[in-house]
Design a protein around this ligand. Structure first.
Ligand code: CP
Length: 327
């Protein structure tokens, strides 16, 4: 072997902005790293020193229960210091921009910013304006990469593989960052993905992402190894085009009756928060096929893996010069 040949670094990214921008190998590295981190969560002392001396800032412009708490627990399990910024009580209320807030967090010597924002592309914009790492915790309709990773991690844990699996994603595909991250991740790892929704909630051209689309729920369920049920985001129905809740439940809601026609061991997933009686019945949400709460636990391990690798990455200075700045 040529001793002078440079070994390819395992992780080369400053930020985690979406699964679209990762290779199959990057995704597998994160999933493989999450495995031993999951084991730490069951120890009597649930802490390792991997991020000792590092500071993680959670900057959430939208409500969150699972993602924010999960990132906080993940960072603390790795011995990082964690600061939570609630934008409602921060200088965001005085008109400070996302980029200025980010640059001030950097000036306060934080190492990683975890950002959730209602605008697609917000995390990517912030990442260009700070030299520290940025993790996208959900940006508008674009991506929610750690949710995609934890969904895939959960499936791999339950079924032992991703390649060749039939995975159906049912619900508000049009407005779903979770759907997009799942589609990018699952297809890169060789799963066959079907999306299912009322036609107005299936974005035109979605097949170009390598998925099949249907508005027939029985078809989506018939051959599925797993189903990922999305929340109906009625708050995004600005034009009043969504079906009524009762109508949606009748035609697309995942009930025990519908599940009887699916594979006996079908895995039932949901990123949360769940709306019982709208997209999923309580019987299914709390039933034997449901892994919804396992997803939440696995989210900690996956986020530990992400924080670990970003803290290892050689940080590349990316802040643009003043005349290149967008805002
Ligand atoms: N799945 C998810 O993103 O949940 P939260 O909005 O509670 O973070």
């Amino acid at each position: 072997m040529n001793k002078t040949a440079k070994k390819k670094p395992k992780w080369i990214h400053k930020d985690l902005l979406g699964l679209e921008y990762l290779s199959k190998e990057d995704i597998e590295l994160l999933l493989d790293t999450a495995d031993p981190f999951k084991e730490i969560l069951d120890r009597p002392i649930k802490k390792v020193p991997a991020l000792r001396g590092k500071t993680v800032v959670n900057l959430f412009y939208e409500p969150s229960t699972r993602t924010r708490v999960s990132f906080e627990i993940a960072a603390k399990r790795l011995s990082a210091d964690v600061i939570n910024i609630a934008t409602e009580t921060s200088s965001v209320k005085k008109g400070e921009t996302l980029n200025d807030t980010g640059q001030n967090i950097e000036a306060l010597k934080a190492d990683i910013i975890v950002v959730r924002h209602n605008c697609s592309g917000a995390a990517a914009m912030l990442a260009k304006h700070v030299n520290i790492s940025v993790i996208n915790a959900g940006d508008g309709w674009h991506e929610h990469p750690t949710q995609g990773l934890l969904d895939i991690f959960t499936l791999r844990k339950k079924l032992g593989r991703i390649e060749g699996l039939n995975v159906s994603i049912v619900g508000d595909i049009a407005h779903s960052r979770v759907a997009r991250s799942n589609i990018w991740g699952l297809t890169k790892l060789g799963a066959k993905v079907t999306v299912c929704a009322p036609s107005m909630l299936i974005p035109p051209g979605i097949e170009e992402m390598g998925v099949s689309a249907t508005s027939n729920i029985d078809e989506a369920l018939s051959n599925a190894d797993a189903i990922n049920i999305l929340r109906m985001q009625f708050e995004r129905d600005e034009e009043g085009a969504f079906p009524k809740q009762i109508e949606y439940f009748k035609n697309f809601g995942i009930t025990g009756e519908r599940l009887k026609k699916a594979k006996k061991n079908i895995i039932v997933m949901h990123p949360g928060p769940i709306n019982r009686g709208i997209e999923i019945s309580s019987k299914v949400a709390d039933g034997a096929n449901s892994v919804i709460l396992e997803q939440v636990t696995n989210g900690i391990a996956v986020r530990m893996a992400v924080l670990y690798w970003l803290s290892q990455a050689n940080v590349i200075a990316r802040r643009p010069k003043a005349d290149e700045a967008i805002l």
